[in-house]
Design a protein around this ligand. Sequence first.
Ligand code: GDP
Ligand code: IMO
Ligand code: MG
Length: 427
Amino acid sequence: MPVTVIVGAQWGDEGKGRVVDYFAAQAAIVARFNGGDNAGHTVIAEGHKLALHLVPSGILYPHVTCLIGAGTVVNPLTLLREIQTLRDIGVDVSPAHLKLSAAAHLVLPTHRVLDGAADMKRGYEAIGTTKRGIGPAYADKMARVGLRAGQMRDPNHFAEAVGTLVDAHNERLVNLYGLPAQSTDQIVAQLHQAAVELAPYLVDGTALVGRALAEGKLVIGEGAQGTLLDINLGTYPFVTSSSPVSGGLLTGLGVGPKEVTRVVGIAKAYTTRVGAGPFPTELTDVLGERIREAGHEYGTTTGRPRRCGWLDAVLLRYAAQVNGLTDIALSKLDILSGLPSLRIAVAYDLDGERIEHFPAEWGAEAVSRCRPIYEELPSWEEDISGVRRREDLPAAAQAYVARIEELVGVPITFISVGPEREAMIVP
Ligand code: GDP
Ligand code: IMO
Ligand code: MG
């Protein structure tokens, strides 16, 4: 059987965790293919509220193998903490259930310090990263000096390699940023211990996925972040350092494009963004504030308030193209209940010219000059969190969903109306 890939269609936090949890019921493998513990994916089910950072969102299903794939960057210390947190509430996170690809790269404590220092140095052009060391870890990977998870199989050799890399990081911390060096001995000791504990989780992830596909099983690819945070296709430089789009799954798990038969883009019924960077439909007034409070729009990883704005069909059309979306899952439609009226950006005005295509290639500066051209739609008053069939939604909500489908050209197959597992309208 095939691969279904689930990606964020906007700037992250679209509700990927809850949708992956839904799909996981049918899956043999749920695999993260990009990013690291910068992600925060919420799953609310079976009496638990999980905030997952590295562990895939299929973890509540005993029959699912959860894989942290080759394209990710993994902080061994935070992974161990996350495993412990899950174990404490009775979730099975044994090596039989959770696996770590040997090709995943590792995030060291010094990557985190470097991340903070580099973003600080950008001054008013700071990206507002999650400070989890993601950029510096991917930079080391690309420079071919990074550490791979597979090296933890031999904790002693691994500890030596950690020492060498930490020394190199310390040189930059001291000489480039004027910061104190981190204790190499302490980090080496911590990481040695972590390697001993994580070694049983290591697998050849590509082989694991290949076997499942050969046996006709369903593999779910769980994207982290979102399309507009993609290193190639997002609002550069205000992006993350990995590829959250469907293409990222191919290299991030090691599967060919023919295996992918379904690409589900998660889109919030409005738009949010954490951190800096252009956001054409942002609402900086009381309405934005109202959406933030209604939607509890505060970061799952950093607790930062998320910037909120109207739904942007220009952005979603772009996401549909670059991911090859076959379906959209629209989340948080319940949050729009009771707003005076609704707006959708249908095009942009860029320097006096109407454009229909999201100008990501021209970079953040061009996107920041885009003025949204809105279409106004009627709103609805009713609480819709109990609705389970599309035809039972208020007429205005049905019209809102249908208009998005028309503007984006992709069917909205799933509509989420609450954070809990069952609060979803499915086909
Ligand atoms: P992710 O990073 O894409 O997995 O999304 P996050 O978990 O960071 O943020 C989504 C937030 O919205 C979480 O707190 C979810 O519990 C919540 N959520 C997801 N879908 C819905 C929905 O349809 N309605 C409401 N009210 N909350 C939702
Ligand atoms: P999930 O998977 C929302 C943002 C950061 C910052 C930029 C770069 O939960 O949707 P990084 O630490 O990756 O170098 O930060 O990307 N960012 C996210 N925003 N959701 C996320 O993950 C994010 N992961 C990173 O706020 O603007
Ligand atoms: Mg999140």
